[in-house]
Design a protein around this ligand. Sequence first.
Ligand code: DOR
Ligand code: ZN
Length: 424
Amino acid sequence: MSEWLIRHAHMLDLSAGVDYTGDILLENGCIAQIGPFLSRRGCRTLDADGLCLAPGLVDMHVHLRDPGLTHKEDIESGCEAAAAGGVTSVAAMPNTAPAADSPETIRYILEKASHAKARVLPVAAITKGLTGKELTDFEALKRAGAVAFSDDGCPVSTAYFMAEAMRRAASMGVPVLAHCEDKTLTRNGLIHEGAVSQALGVPGVPAAAEDVGTARELSLSLSTGAPVHICHVSTAVSVQMIRAAKKMGAKVTAETCPHYFMMTDEKLLACDADYRMSPPLRPERDRLAILEGLQDGTIDAIATDHAPHTAEEKADFVKAPNGVIGLETSLGAGITCLVGQGVMSLPELLYRMSSVPARILKAPCGTLREGGIADIMLFDPQESWVVEPARFHGKSRNSAFKGLRLQGRVQYTFCRGELVYQRA
Ligand code: DOR
Ligand code: ZN
């Protein structure tokens, strides 16, 4: 284990009340000391003049594609992309092959992740094979190391199973992460149903496909008293329903993703499948509602829904699977769009990308405290850069951020006290 003394960094962490320029000492995988001035001989030093230092980001919505779909991504490559994006923990979604519905698969993920450049927090399937027909063994999956339950990608179609999943997960103190979608409304829709789908003459997905799902999960949470986390919120109506449910006392938390606050369905006019994901990009009024939801705290966290697919799969606009990658661009997108446009302060953004998701997942990270784990990242808040997917560290290139200019760039990432990324 190496020791590191990082000096002159602007340290930022709302959860620990840290906002000053000083030094931090990493020892045995932990934060040994933080202060305005530290001295220590014999350890490696890093001069962080001009850089901000924050808890490593915790991305609570990532598809690592491992086991089974490793031509798109695997645990190693996904964690490499995470490290390059300043992300030190990723919640790995269960729509793998096989699905993460057995203790063996959870153990496989954790074993492979033990050598990776980020921590992997496995999310187990709610139903066997993500088929919506039979609940998995929650107790055994939690014992194997699952931190949450979700059928993301194949949302649980019957309310009964979802209610039962919420009750069971609540009794175990583990969150349910809900991909809200009524597939009977999605049908064969490719993009948001509206002016753009009409102009292109392609089948649309109505906003109601998401909203009906959101309404169901909020109602179930209210009636069972169990917590629920709403994934990738993209519509104005869902934001308003979540806001109302919170006022009614529901134990609900929510996330959105950078593509929903940064772009609209006009991107689809290019007929490029790199802008297709589920839920789809929406019109400007929804984007503005997402910004409001972020601003007033209705939307608690920011995650990426990093969903790698190959260039071959994405080549056909109509046949391509849904999903965009995001691990290497989320911090820059947040700084550019949310901090740059005054939606929230930089410390608040970092908090919503690290401490808040860590709290929802009950993971012992996302904070700068002496004795805490040494998962941290350093970034230059001023550096402006253009997104070039060819330079990404993951296996896939399906980024909706390609060609965009972003502000704020990760320079160093430490996970478990080890340097796992340094910008070349
Ligand atoms: O766009 C998406 N891609 N949405 C999902 O729900 C699943 C994900 C994937 O696995 O590709
Ligand atoms: Zn999803």
